[in-house]
Design a protein. Structure first.
Length: 317
């Protein structure tokens, strides 16, 4: 092989490079959103769950605006109308209730209240509980002990029992329901965030940030919180289904959201007296609860794998 270095040992830097030589084209990496969509497409069950949840969200957002009047309009001539009939229009494909109101329209409208209560309670519990857990793990000392004892005290009582007692003593309003469900779900975020912080705060990059003069607030918010957030997000996706089931149970027991507002659990409760003669009054809202909870569980399992660098390869093959 002939050397490109001349015998004098020096290289002529004035010689122009060979610009005619072709270079390989390197495509730009896909954006983060496209990569997440690709990972979601690789998990078909999670993809179907995400599509169903998206459909429920669209119904919850636009359903009351489009079908709010139909959901409350009574027509006793169509009382307990059987499902799967187009004689009265497509809005009555799922039948009608005891007052002649469209079951399909009421399911779409009720989804807004159910999803709003579950979303508000989970987001509030994740923000407040996660923040307390971050501070408890990073600060430690007496503050960490107080936060953990508070979490133990809340977890010592069943969440459904606490909600029943508080809502029985107070007025069963939407605000009270969100507060009660949010408080009962806080401990899981507090304990998880604290456990994560206790391990992360001993890593080298945290020590390096402290040596560089970063304040404690900057270390927690800039370096530790982004690592803990994916774990809390995974728990929130799974917890969303549980909170939705608890809200439906409270509405079924009559201490949740009260008429004229409607939820899926309240619809199941109103149809329980007609199970032998008009089973569809409780079946379709119960089916909405079951399929939404199942879809959220499938989606939370995908989130756990997609946000974990160690297990992400399972979605890339």
């Amino acid at each position: 092989m002939r050397s490109s270095i001349p015998a004098s040992g020096t290289i002529d830097m004035t010689t122009p490079p060979d610009i005619d030589k072709p270079t390989a084209f390197i495509p730009p990496p896909p954006s983060r959103g496209l990569r997440l969509l690709s990972l979601l497409w690789n998990d078909k069950f999670a993809f179907m769950g995400a599509m169903f949840v998206l459909m429920i969200v669209l119904f919850a957002v636009f359903g009351p605006m489009l079908f709010g009047d139909v959901a409350t309009k009574m027509n006793l001539r169509m009382r307990n109308l059987p499902p799967f009939s187009f004689e009265k229009g497509w809005l009555f494909i799922l039948g009608a209730d005891a007052l002649g109101r469209s079951i399909l329209a009421r399911v779409m409208v009720a989804g807004q209240n159910t999803m709003a209560v579950a979303t508000s309670a989970v987001v509030a519990a994740m923000i407040i509980g996660g923040t307390l857990g971050l501070l408890a793990g990073f600060i430690g000392s007496w503050f960490g002990n107080v936060v953990m004892r508070l979490a133990d005290m809340i977890m010592s009582f069943p969440s459904l029992l606490i909600a029943m007692i508080v809502l029985y003593m107070l007025e069963p309003r939407v605000e009270n329901l969100i507060i009660v469900l949010g408080i009962t779900r806080m401990p899981i975020y507090m304990r998880t965030a604290r456990a994560e912080v206790l391990e992360v705060r001993e890593r080298l990059f945290v020590s390096a940030a402290r040596v560089m003069g970063a304040s404690n607030w900057r270390i927690v918010g800039r370096h530790i919180a982004p690592i803990v957030l994916p774990t809390l997000t995974t728990i929130a996706a799974l917890d969303f289904a549980f909170v939705m089931l608890v809200e439906s149970a409270l509405s079924f027991l009559g201490i949740g959201i009260q008429p004229p507002d409607i939820t899926w659990g309240l619809m199941v409760s109103q149809g329980k007296n007609y199970l032998q003669t008009a089973w569809w009054l409780s079946f379709f809202p119960g089916l909405a609860i079951m399929t939404t909870a199942l879809s959220l569980n499938l989606l939370s399992n995908w989130v756990r794998i997609a946000l974990d660098p160690v297990q992400r390869w399972r979605l890339e093959v």
